[in-house]
Design a protein around this ligand. Sequence first.
Ligand code: HEC
Ligand SMILES: [Ca+2]
Ligand SMILES: [Ca+2]
Length: 371
Amino acid sequence: MRGYFVAAGAFAAVLVTGGQVWALPSFGPDCAQCHTGSRGTMTITAHDTSADPVEACGAPNRGLLKVFQVPAGGTKTLSGTLSGLTTGAKYAGVAKGFQANGVQACGALSFTGDPAWQLQAAVPTYYTLPLGSAVYTWPGNTAFNFNITVGGATPPDFYELVLAVAGKDGSGRFYTEARFYLHVLSSCPPLSIVSSVSRKSHGTAGAFDVPSGGWEGRVKTTASQGPDTIVTVFNQSVQRLNGDNSDVSVSSGTVGSIAVTGDMLTVTLTGIANRATFTIGYPGIAASCDAGMKTAEANCWQVLAGEASGGTTSIIVNTSDYVYVRGRIGQAVGSDNFRADVNTDGAINTSDYVAIRGRIDSLFSMVPTCP
Ligand code: HEC
Ligand SMILES: [Ca+2]
Ligand SMILES: [Ca+2]
């Protein structure tokens, strides 16, 4: 037998079950077990986005839910707005679902709850608002904001949580809830490329760079037409995932070596196709702080061996390249004229004519920038 009696005071009802006396609304996280009516609407507000993640760990498929995003170690306000109760309804808010594992990586959410809410039970954890055994009376509080601080070691994932309201009005006990995801993001910043250059050493004159997106006409040997050393700087320290040549993807040629120093990646190559766009991607390069933090960005150069003079709309190896070199013969090789040192030996002289000569083709042109 189960019975209850209504007591006076801020917290009106007390249920006696098998000799145990319960204060409301602390009957357990499943308010809907007793609050079977459906009234009011909890609407998730101030969320970041919506998502329908793939459930890999047996969690029910909820379809598209609203999403709050927070980096591991960060704090987020989970907010819902209540509407549609009848005047005089007594109600309290509930935050729950914290024990459910992430839907993709199956890990646990470690968190610190909002001290402005009443922690009612640790297993399964749920909180109510207002504090203690107080309740609201409609029209009363409509804003249910739960500040959550996520533990730094929480696996990045979607964690399904619930903001709900249960109470009692003239028609009896009611309940309404809104499910949403707390999307814990890696605390590691997204990986991006700061710069990437095709670097060639020009003998004692030093090394000179052609930035990604431009054209590369220098030819040290036939094997090193186009980029032979690519130096890419990322926005943070990086790691190699595979340790072999598959850490980078190239559109032509053969990778010789790959080296990482802090935020800098140096790749050497041979045999890059001439008269073609050369592209390098970084499928096996990840941020040092998170092996899952990779970038889809790529770099590219327009490879046209023998090109020296350049152009704004097209590049072509023809007599204008001789003219370009001739105007610089004898100059010290520097950042403003290194293109004229076509064979990269550190001097601008007739040997650069030779590097151009075998490649003259007045019928073939390319755009000077990557597509
Ligand atoms: C085991 C059944 C049961 C569960 C579980 C339960 N309640 Fe109730 N609740 C009651 C009963 C019984 C009353 C008394 C009101 C009535 O129906 O007369 C009540 C009343 C209330 C009231 C109105 C109090 C007042 O001052 O009139 C609130 C608010 C409330 N519950 C919130 C909750 C919340 C929030 C939860 C979940 C965290 C919850 N209840 C879970 C049975 C339950
Ligand atoms: Ca030219
Ligand atoms: Ca030269």
